[in-house]
Design a protein around this ligand. Structure first.
Ligand code: NI
Length: 196
């Protein structure tokens, strides 16, 4: 296993549309997933998409602890309204994912990204989705997700289409360095945005 270098905003790999993986169980896919999981853990990220580690494949990994989900859910800095409480998301490897919307409702919430280190911004996302994809054994995963779980999946899958979260923002005035946001802790909630 290895800790991989993460591409930062501006690198062309992050603007490319990634290609489907024909054989989810292939040894090179397993190796990449092992390295991505190690890289995500090392960077304390919530999720990671293959293009972020310079591989143009449709593959994402993510994990949300119950503690983190609860913190994000109750975050009043999300002006679109607090997202529903969530029990977290199991460690998931999702190959060739597809997202289906379960409604038109969106909510604002803080996001960060390992490809934009030190920054965070408020991003509107659909609050309810169904997603499907394959695991490393080629079995289909189908899940419904709401709130922060749905946000993480939308953020990660955007990477596969060459989209970074600032491109989804409707108010760029909320784009900020997290170290500066920390100054507001006294009079506002700590956004403690997750790195994805
Ligand atoms: Ni990201």
């Amino acid at each position: 296993m290895a800790i991989l270098k993460i591409a930062r905003m501006g690198h062309p790999i992050l603007r490319r549309k990634a290609a489907p993986i024909p054989d989810p169980g292939a040894p090179e896919v397993r190796r990449l997933v092992a390295d991505m999981l190690e890289t995500m853990e090392d960077a304390q990220g919530t999720g990671l998409a293959a293009p972020q580690v310079h591989v143009p494949w449709r593959l994402v990994v993510f994990y949300v602890s119950g503690e983190r989900a609860a913190r994000e859910a109750g975050n009043p800095a999300a002006e679109g309204g607090a997202e529903p409480a969530d029990d977290g998301v199991p460690l998931t490897v999702l190959i060739n994912p597809v997202i289906e919307l379960l409604g038109e409702e969106t909510a604002l919430g803080w996001e960060a990204c390992l490809s934009l280190p030190g920054l965070a911004g408020q991003v509107p996302r659909y609050t309810a989705i169904r997603y499907r994809g394959l695991d490393l054994d080629g079995r289909e995963i189908v899940r419904e997700a709401r709130g922060f779980h749905a946000r993480v999946v939308q953020h990660e899958c955007d990477h596969l289409d060459g989209i970074l979260y600032p491109q989804r923002m409707t108010d760029l005035s909320t784009l900020a360095f997290t170290s500066e946001l920390a100054r507001k802790v006294d009079d506002e909630a700590d956004p403690s945005a997750p790195e994805e």
